[in-house]
Design a protein around this ligand. Sequence first.
Ligand code: BEZ
Ligand code: FE
Length: 288
Amino acid sequence: MPYATEENLTDLAVERWGNTHTPRFRELMQSLIKHLHAFIREVELTQEEYLQAVDWLAKAGQICTGKRQEFILAADVLGVSMLVDAINHRLPSGATPSTVLGPFHIDDSPEMEIGANMAEGIQGDTCYVTGTVSGLDGKTIAGAELDVWQADSDGLYESQIGSEEPRLRALFHSGADGKYVIHTIAPSEYPIPMDGPVGDIMRKTDLNIYRPPHIHFHVSAPGYEPVVTHIFRKGGRFLDCDVVYAVKESLITDFKLMPPGKTPSGEMSSKPFCVVNYDFVLSKNGAH
Ligand code: BEZ
Ligand code: FE
């Protein structure tokens, strides 16, 4: 085995990392080394840039907590999360497309009845999200679980506010006819967290740092592939430059402003309100 030179270092490292416990880990590590070395050779990384990168990674690690994951945020803004999502969710056409989960999902949201208000006491424009959950064959799915979460009208999620109570998140189940109704507030655009190392690199660019207005969903039912997705407000700002690349045409939905009157949950409203209709379509387990 020769000693390392600039010329042979990549081959040496690839060969050495051939000695792994599983073939998949070997494939991952050897490919990573090839691409990483090719990047360093292409840009001729300076010693200073190398140390800056190491420092950046250390800072990203230090800012992570149980509620904050700076590496996922970095993957999001680099388009990496959406690429992994796309490769792993090649769904049949007609199925509701998936998107990234994002950093603000919280497990074990409170269960709510169809039509219940998950924005009780929170300021914002009243909004009802309604629709059906069905399979690709068009059959409606009763009892599908809709795990829903969103930001408030200032663009803040529960974990950013540090609320003691569950806030703007809930679990709903579709009814016997596959239908669901969610009473909430209209979402607004918001910037990604900019107070950490991801913010530091974004500030070195003129890139948009905002997400367009959206509501997050995780929809699941026995026998079907669960889908993590968002619905986006048609006409909302930043749809064409979402900082995390999550917008897909079929997820853009009208938020129709309705005059005062009967709401989708059956109550009377003395004020105008928004109605959104979105039908989720799930593919059967193992269909992709
Ligand atoms: C979100 O929509 O909650 C989100 C997703 C990725 C990065 C930042 C925020
Ligand atoms: Fe979000």
